[in-house]
Write a protein that binds this ligand. Sequence first.
Ligand SMILES: Nc1nc2c(c(=O)[nH]1)N=C([C@H](O)[C@H](O)COP(=O)(O)OP(=O)(O)OP(=O)(O)O)CN2
Length: 183
Amino acid sequence: MPAPTSPARAPGANAPERQDSPPDAHRITIRHTFETAHRLPQLGGRCASLHGHSWRVVVQVRAHALDGDLTVVEFGGLKAGVRDWVDTHLDHATMLGIEDPLVEPLLAAGCEVFRFGAGHSATDAERSAGDLAWPTTEAVAVLLFRVARDVLAGLPSAPRARVGGVLVREAPLNTASYRPDDL
Ligand SMILES: Nc1nc2c(c(=O)[nH]1)N=C([C@H](O)[C@H](O)COP(=O)(O)OP(=O)(O)OP(=O)(O)O)CN2
């Protein structure tokens, strides 16, 4: 009698994971948008004029292996955390450097202002931008990397899951990204 055979399956299906799979093979991204003004007097020219953008942020989280529920981190929790922070502190606000003379008049007029480089006078939220003197697109990417990292730290996630990078789009043709580890 012939030996029983296993049912046919696609090559590779249910195959064990390769032990030499590349680090952080699993990557997920979430996105959010916000409407925020800024001004960059240190650059001169048109950037010194107070102006607004429809900003977009893309957060990537990566991990070498998946969590028990087969996720890197659950999309909804990560989105809710990043969105909540951005909507509370940046959306419909103005991002200014602490040295900007517009800080006081805008605050006095009841406008929401997020101050970069605020040092000892920073609010809890502004502390994440305490070492960033001006709200360039590059600085906003660093700020939102730190925000995403803090959000991720409070969520169940895959072992050693980490924020791999943040991309910020200031305008359709202008983006900045921050990937401190660049793996
Ligand atoms: N490296 C950076 N350069 C500039 C930044 C920045 O954050 N980092 N920011 C600006 C200004 O915010 C400005 O709004 C964008 O400048 P620019 O691209 O020159 O202006 P436009 O989007 O109007 O240009 P288009 O010609 O319409 O593409 C400047 N530089």
